[in-house]
Design a protein around this ligand. Structure first.
Ligand code: ADP
Ligand code: MG
Length: 468
């Protein structure tokens, strides 16, 4: 029996650990489903209970079934040279018993329904699947001012998981700025550097679901134990724990256990810890123990290199001015930037058209319109009148003064460009004009901006203000 357990254990830990902690163990006897093993010292016993209790349980349950018990026999160091070894028996139930309902839920490894989804089933495998996406790595996470701190902290952690002061490492930043990518990259890199380490990536959402499930199935303790044997735990979008007291509580315990044992925790969030709401104070303060690194919006250079890298990987060529156009127009979200590139490529290949600026404009318009909050006509009027240092009533008035007319026309032009409102509705909102006036305004602005340099500057300035 013990030999079978050993070969199972051997498959699931490093050779070094196996040699140190399992080779010295002797099986002494087997009675009524209880296996006694002799260990060299009390410290040894404590270490096993601390680090390998789950593995021991699983291996023993596999051999002996659900009622399996483990009894440790500690061989006392015999300093007086007595012939008889002095032994002390400690039933394992003194601490974490293999099978006791009060302290612990038995691991029902023979019941497939209860298997943890991350454990690959199979005779020789109880390895935890890391759930990492190898396509999210450091090589294709391009560096720029916007991510330099987070990226290099991530690399430091990947080189020495649990061994830096960046524990936990909290990566925070807005949507689509690379949190998930970076979190995976760290995990992937750790797996490269330390294949024997157990790494687990999980979204806070999934973590919550699992937890709720475990409570329903009455195996909350299994859930906790499972997370406590992980070396590197990556939890994505931790802000989603907000308002979920039970999950926060269980996460708090898991976090503490891992942290105390020098295990690495990596978290991401769309907010800085100070801005997280409905998260317990004790958790928030834990989050701040290590390093909080922000992912900012990428600057122009970084956006250009992200676009080029993506095109290069997809084997697509795109004229430089279009690359710049994209980089200029999609600034706040790298996922949108990638989405626009993909639909641009798709459109051009589908319609067998070259990728032109006009096509790019249409797509970016759709993209930005669909994903961003639409600017309102009120807002446009306010920005335009501020720009020309007049008030909105003046802009809307009937006056024919040239600079006021221009401002009004610009407001109409941008209302047409940046909102979905009809010409008629724009006219009504900007000083009660009709649709023909608005149409005329749009044409005038188009004409003037190609002939009048000063006017073109107005258009460019205002576009920047309005689309920022
Ligand atoms: P978040 O989790 O912050 O919402 P993601 O990690 O999902 O953002 O990133 C969105 C997309 O942008 C992904 O496809 C990712 O690969 C890409 N991305 C983000 N940052 C970078 C970067 N620095 N270099 C290359 N691609 C990036
Ligand atoms: Mg994400």
């Amino acid at each position: 029996v013990w030999d079978n357990c050993l070969s199972f254990i051997e498959d699931n830990i490093t050779p070094q650990a196996f040699k140190t902690w399992f080779e010295p163990i002797k099986a002494v006897k087997l009675t009524d489903g209880a296996l006694s093993i002799q260990v060299p010292s009390k410290f040894f016993y404590e270490w096993l209970e601390e680090h390998y209790v789950n593995l021991l349980k699983v291996s023993l349950t596999r051999e002996l079934g659900e009622g399996a018990k483990l009894v440790y026999v500690i061989k006392m160091e015999n300093t007086y040279g007595n012939k008889k070894p002095f032994t002390e028996k400690i039933p394992s139930s003194n601490r974490t018993p293999v099978n006791s309902q009060e302290v612990d839920v038995p691991i029902k490894s023979r019941n497939p329904e209860l298997k943890n989804p991350f454990i690959i089933p199979g005779i020789r495998n109880v390895k935890i699947e890391s759930q990492l996406n190898p396509n999210y790595n450091f090589e294709n996470f391009l560096e720029g001012d916007s991510n330099r701190l987070a990226r290099s902290a991530g690399m430091a952690v990947a080189n020495k998981p649990g061994g830096t002061s960046f524990n936990p490492l909290l990566i925070f930043g807005g949507v689509g700025l690379g949190k998930t990518h970076l979190a995976h990259a760290i995990g992937v890199n750790i797996k490269d550097n330390y294949p024997e380490k157990t790494v687990l990536y999980i979204s806070a959402e999934k973590f919550t679901q699992q937890y709720i499930e475990s409570v329903k199935k009455n195996n909350r303790n299994d859930f906790i134990h499972f997370y406590q044997i992980i070396d590197v735990l990556i939890v994505d979008d931790i802000q989603l724990l907000s308002g979920k007291a039970g999950t926060q509580d269980v996460f708090f315990h898991i976090f503490n256990h891992l942290h105390q044992n020098g295990k690495q925790v990596i978290l991401t969030s769309d907010k800085a810890p100070v801005d997280m709401q409905d998260i317990e104070q004790r958790l928030l303060s834990r989050f701040k123990w290590g390093l909080s690194a922000e992912l900012h919006q990428p600057d122009f250079e970084t956006r250009i290199s992200i676009i080029k890298n993506k095109l290069y990987r997809d084997g697509v060529e795109m004229p430089e001015d279009i690359v710049e156009f994209l980089a200029n127009n999609i600034k706040t979200n790298i996922r949108e930037l990638e989405g626009a590139i993909i639909s641009l490529i798709a459109h051009s290949s589908f319609n067998k058209k070259d990728i032109t600026i006009d096509l790019a404009k249409t797509i970016v318009d759709n993209y930005v319109k669909n994903t961003k909050r639409e600017v309102s006509i009120d807002y446009i009027q306010k920005v335009v009148s501020d720009y020309f240092q007049m008030d909105v009533e003046t802009l809307q008035s009937k006056t024919r003064k040239r600079h006021i007319v221009q401002a009004r026309q610009l407001a109409m032009f941008f209302a047409k460009k940046l909102t979905k409102a009809s010409l008629a509705s724009i006219g009504t909102q900007i000083g009660k004009r009709d649709h023909a006036t608005v149409l005329h305004a749009c044409k005038t602005v188009d004409n003037l901006s190609s002939t009048d340099k000063q006017f073109k500057k107005y258009v460019d300035d205002l576009r920047k203000k309005l689309t920022l």
